[in-house]
Design a protein around this ligand. Sequence first.
Ligand SMILES: [Zn+2]
Length: 466
Amino acid sequence: MSFSKSMLALAVMAVSFSSYAAKQADLMIVDGTVLTMDQQNKIIEQGTVVVKENKIIAVGGPELSKEYQANKVLDVDGDIVMPGLINTHTHGSMTVFRSLADDVPDRLHRYIFPLESKMVSREMVRVGADLANIEMVKGGVTTYVDMYYFEDEVAKTVDKMGNRAVLGESVINFPVADAKTPEEGIQYAVNFIKEYKDHPRIIPAFAPHAPYTNTTENLQKIAKLSIELDVPVMIHLAETDREQEEIAKRTDGKSPVQYMADIGALNNKVIAAHAIMVDDKDIDLLKKYDVGVAHNISANTKSAKGVAPVVTMLEKGVRVGLGTDGPMSSNTLTTMNELNLVGKIHKLENKDRAAMPPLTVVELATMGSAKVLHMEDKLGSLESGKLADIIVVDTKSPNMVPMYSPYAALVYGANGSNVRHTIVDGKILMEDRQLLTVDEKAIIKEAQDFSNKVRKTVIDSGEVVK
Ligand SMILES: [Zn+2]
């Protein structure tokens, strides 16, 4: 054998040996700007993320891609690869009401509750949730926290779409579409929780609307049940003047947070939406009871309710993440569209340009939000062993060029439409902006058709706003 022939034989042997030795994976993302959002906030250029079944099994540089053979490879050509966004507070089904009566004063009581008493039904919840799911997956939200009615209908849409959700069945002190009394609401929630407790992507939960729209007795009952059943409790907390006044009346002047602590309804199961009207003592209580806080900046600024003191909360070690609130409140369901406002409003509020830097904002949307759900061991960063909830953000759109800092590009430049691929639980739900698990056109058509019913019932009749 000549020298060159023996070299060739060796080369063939090496190739066949390396392909024999390559470890098997299901999905591999290569050539990404990988924002791991791990404890060191490591960024890997030309990075590789390897997925097997529903988990991330390796994260590293370009050399890693040679160690694995994957059934599917996404070459992302320098795009941002990051953990999926977690929306810690919304009411997804309300998409079918979006852009109705946006600036009506005292809107919740004057408009939204009367609107819901006419329009909420199983059909409305399903149609709205289908639309919400596609909007969130297209906007890079891989997990969301929902509070609404007929949550078993929402669960079916999430099951079909393939995304991840914490779904809280509402409990409120007046008759609603799925419960004549709050006690019936609690029972509805218990049944729903038992039905979905073992679902791989759905976490069923309780969602008492707010302290002032529930009795002390029911808030205590829910707190007890949530511990017995080991499920979260979502609640609007310290959000409005009316809530503050009514709780002060109920308690001889206590704040809503103090009241919840005193009745034994604050603990690490609680995800509190808003927490705007809180003083230092309240913030200390949120920390002491390990409560998660969902910060909803665009809803809070649009409703002119105020800015939650998130900078102080973070200094004190409170678990804070980002939410959008319902689509009637912020008019968006992706936290990607909130990042910009979060960064800027807290600078303004603190009169400090250095406050709330882009890295902190991206942390809030990912790891911070995972901490709100007490799921930081499973979600929020790209690390081996975590669930494979991953998004890829296009860095070649005009608004993303050039990209000196990926965090600044995401916070000050990006929007939900820049999300290119969305992966949940190891499965690609959107590839190059095409949804793979549901029929986007059919869902949008159904929502448009439903909006004609809304138009007829509440706009043409003029019955809702009195
Ligand atoms: Zn809300």
